[in-house]
Design a protein around this ligand. Structure first.
Ligand code: PEP
Ligand code: MG
Length: 289
């Protein structure tokens, strides 16, 4: 199966009937790109930045260099970098707080907005890195429009600050993850957001009330349950109607068993782990719609 899949790697992905599907990759460490041939994918659909926040909080220069490296590697292809999603299953010493119920607590954008002095450092690094490629920035764990507006306002403030100091910078398109059900149910509340990216790992756990890291409820953690698929289809339809890009960057995007249902739900942009790139393209080629 792998051998057959490898033959799809070099070509753009398309279904049996020829419908094009863009396949991007998810990375964490900037060095992850060294093992990927850029010509085999449509860009980076998700760069998780939590790895940078491992032991000590990274300074602006460290972050800038990490983001710039990936942007230069990708050339003209899009690179979507997600602002730090600390908390939940991703604790960061010195940043996240001890909580009884971390998946429902101060994580993702909630934590970044609660600690703006840390968030602003990442924002400046991203604004500067945007000069070096096709950057898009997205916010994790958005639940309400106010969070997006506050995050976007911080970007605008930092941009003014940099430009007043004569530092080269550029405002990237700002989008949001769709991983809290409130966004998937009422996307019309998020007008002005540049793009949506479905985080099926978290969206599934919140819709099914089954923790993503708990093996005893793993059977409930599938995007293929009707409630999850219906939400995905409705946000895909919303995007099509409003001409706003809706992609998916959760693990389901690289799962050959889930891919037919995701395409059927209307998605045409999937971001997958590099190890699943060939398998995902092969699975797309088998889809008949
Ligand atoms: C997701 O929730 O599906 C996602 C892509 O983000 P993470 O796995 O980093 O929470
Ligand atoms: Mg998530």
């Amino acid at each position: 199966r792998r051998d057959r899949a490898e033959t799809f790697l070099a070509r753009p992905a398309a279904t049996k009937a020829g419908t094009a599907v863009r396949v991007l990759v998810n990375i964490a460490d900037p060095s992850d790109v060294e093992a990927i041939d850029i010509s085999t994918c449509d860009g980076i659909g998700l760069m998780r930045t939590e790895f940078l926040f491992g032991k000590t909080l990274p300074d602006e220069e460290t972050q800038y260099r990490a983001y710039r490296k990936v942007l230069e590697w990708a050339g003209e292809k899009p690179v979507t970098i997600r602002t730090v999603d600390a908390g939940g299953d991703k604790p960061v010493p010195g940043f996240t707080v001890e909580e009884g119920n971390p998946f429902l607590g101060l994580r993702g954008i909630r934590l970044s907005l609660a600690r703006p002095e840390i968030f602003r450092v990442q924002i400046r690094a991203l604004l500067r890195a945007a000069m070096h490629g096709n950057l898009k920035v997205m916010f994790p764990m958005i639940a309400v429009m106010d969070e997006y507006q506050r995050a976007a306002a911080l970007f605008a403030e930092e941009q003014s600050g940099l430009s007043a100091r004569g530092v080269a910078q550029k405002m990237p398109p700002l989008g949001i993850m769709v991983e809290v059900p409130s966004v998937a149910i009422a996307p019309e509340a998020f007008s002005g957001v540049a793009f949506f990216s479905i985080g099926s790992n978290d969206l599934t756990q919140y819709v099914m009330a089954a923790a993503r890291d708990n093996a005893s409820v793993a059977h409930l953690n599938s995007v293929r349950y009707p409630a999850v698929l219906r939400l995905i289809a409705s946000i895909a339809a919303f995007g099509q109607e409003r001409k706003i890009q809706v992609s998916l960057c959760g693990d389901a995007g690289g799962d050959p068993a889930a891919i037919p249902a995701l395409i059927e739900a209307g998605l045409r942009d999937l971001s997958v782990v590099p190890a699943q790139l060939a398998m995902a393209k092969a699975a797309i080629a088998d889809v008949s719609i």
